[in-house]
Design a protein around this ligand. Sequence first.
Ligand SMILES: [Zn+2]
Length: 851
Amino acid sequence: MRPLRPLPTLLILGALAWAPVVSADPLPLPAADPPGAFARDRSFDMVRLELEAELDPLAHTVVGTATWTVRRLAPGGLRLDAVAFRNVSASVDGQPVEVVHGRDEFTVWVPAGADGGIGKTSTIVVRYAATPQLGLHWRGPSGNGGGAGSPDTYAEVYSQGELEDNRYWFPAYDHPDDRFSYEGRFTIAGSPKGWTVVTNSGPDLTSYLVMVAAGPYVTVAGPENAVPLRALVPPATPESWVRPVLDPLPDMLTHFATRTGVPYAWGRYDQTFVQRFIYSGMENTGSTIMHERLLSPPSVQATRSYVPSIVAHELAHQWYGDLLTARTAREMWLNEGFATFFAADWQVHELRGREGDAAAEALAAAQVDGWRRGSLDRGGLAGRWYLGGGGATHAGTGLGAANHNPYSKGAMVLAMLRAQLGEATFWAGIRDYTQKHAHSSVDTIDLQRAMEGRSGRDLGWFFQQWTELPGVPKVTTSWSWAAAPTGDGGTLTVDLKQTVPAGESAYALPVDISVDGGVSTKVWLRDEGATVNVPAAQAPGFVAIDPAGALLVDWDQQQSAAAWSAQLAGGAAYSQRLALRALAELPAAEPDALAATFADARAPEVLREGAAEALGTRRTCALLLPALRDPDERLRMAAASALGRCADRGLVPGMLARLSEEPNSDIRSAILRSAAAIDPAATMPVARKALTRRDALEPERAAAAAALGLGGGIGDVPGLLRTPADRDVRLAGLQGAVSIVSRQALGPERERLRATVARSAERLLTDLDLRGIQGAIHALRDVGDAQSAARLEALARATTLPDLRRSARDAITTIGARVDSVAPATPNEADARLDAMETRMKELEAEIERR
Ligand SMILES: [Zn+2]
């Protein structure tokens, strides 16, 4: 899957729902994984699931019959995961049997017979009903499946199984170490006209990869291809918005089949685009679900490189995740690291075809540098999804999912293997691994063995230090050159120092050292320090350490500004990235290599984008403002974002002047964010306009709402609370309104405003989207009152999600500490208060609706 973070549209939501875990020194010990991270012992192999169910998009219920064919492996009952099911009854081979209910599961007793029945196949039929709060996600407009003020435009329902949510809507062995064939048959209550039901019936699924989606979708066929390709999109979606998610698929499929040595394994490939998806995309076998925001108008497609990236990521999962499935969540990097790495690899291949080698290599270097920087957080293990307690948790489940290293560090592990083993060996190892383990579950050791087999090396040290150890090595390097006493030639001396914290051991690091972009030397840094002497006829212009990006290291590479400038001008693609970073931190150098790179029309675009960012970081911004008129949209985007770092109010009028002429809404949103970061007050008039501008897309409206939150006044609050029509943006609006309230001086005016915002937030507590509810709880913590506390208490008691209950109760406590009149209510008091409140709320809601 892909978390929402990469979608700029939804950054704010991501922040609300999953606050990042900040890892602090000293180094956290690897925490024990909580129960659920490992599969439990099992008595049965799940062979086949036939699922027949009626889904009710108004009542949000599922009534189903699950017929499991199972084969006995060991003595014991059949334990099935199921959360909050009702009316459960079961039969085994036609005979009714007892169902023993436990917490979030139940056990069916399967007669074993006198011989123990090992290897015997049985058919278990389970009838049940449920009103799932996870696993199935319901969407619907007000009065048609959605609560008052729902921002959805049509009713639909879709599933999201990963990690462990399918157990909310069908009884499952809900661990990824079992594979079965699946057939789903669904009916929709009320038989709504024009609905399509998508499910991924087929062989060889694991529980979390079973999917269903149902709604009034329009089907758009993909390009002619051996594997049929379809997109199911919201009604009235222009075809031009759909092409970017369909047209690259044949090339991606060919590329991945070549790289992996295994053709696409499933009979067809569907992508269903749904409202307010909780992730960017989810790779259900043969049938991905995507966020509808990936469908974009042509006016912004040039600046949304994340769209093909996410399409490629989910498609790559059809191999890594679906065909080879990480055996437990601890091995998650074998899914996510691979999908991230392969999506990037396709993007490089695609760019090579369009723009040639230099552009492709610059992109590949930027990707590796991005993964390296994204992995510097010392808290994470590539090999583990769970962080255990303490971190933010996956919405609703209580499971820690804040460790993003399976993506960045996982991809970096593959990049290191590729650079250290060489292209041919690496890809041969990947093909061996993929061919050998297709249609099964995998552990890291399977990949290690495949790579060892091809390279003839023992890679135990490599896999241990990169996939099991937390943290990243820190290495300082410096160099000097001395002429020989004879005056003939000289010696280059390179010093490497590894900082090894007390109680930890040093990493083993094969470090490449390249002189002036040419001759290369390898030195093994196995402990705290190493010194290498290289004969060099004259003083080098620059010395590039790890020029190919073969190491995940937190570098402190020391050389002069002139040397860094020379490295930027003449180094290999990855050394150029390191030079960009170094120069960004240095005071302006003459001649300014960053400015020269940014201005060089022949340089690869991705390098020029990096130069823009570095110029912004260094606050050398003279070139960035005129670049807002560059004909190249991606450069305009890079300049617009970089300007936000410049902290120069003098730039803001020029930035804002550009807004009215900029045709790309995403670039306008970057300009708006940057301008608001520098000078909120000056940005207010254009932010107000952007909030209601007709051709503004969600990112621009969200940027406007965030800007108004920074610099707006009382008069902006009604506009911010009216944003519900913009779906996801409404949380940005609510947050903006909360910020404005918090800035007002105490008094009756503030009190009136606070109550208005609180009433508006309370309406969101009935949202169909968990993030809407979490956003409302977050807002009510800051602006809620006695009435809000009662609403939160009702929510806490109604929900089956421990996480939601916890945050609601936390908010009540915070409100109580702020407002004297909120005492912890007894259940009866709260009920009485709620009844009275209900009537009043209806009036208030109607009032807000009228505004
Ligand atoms: Zn993924």
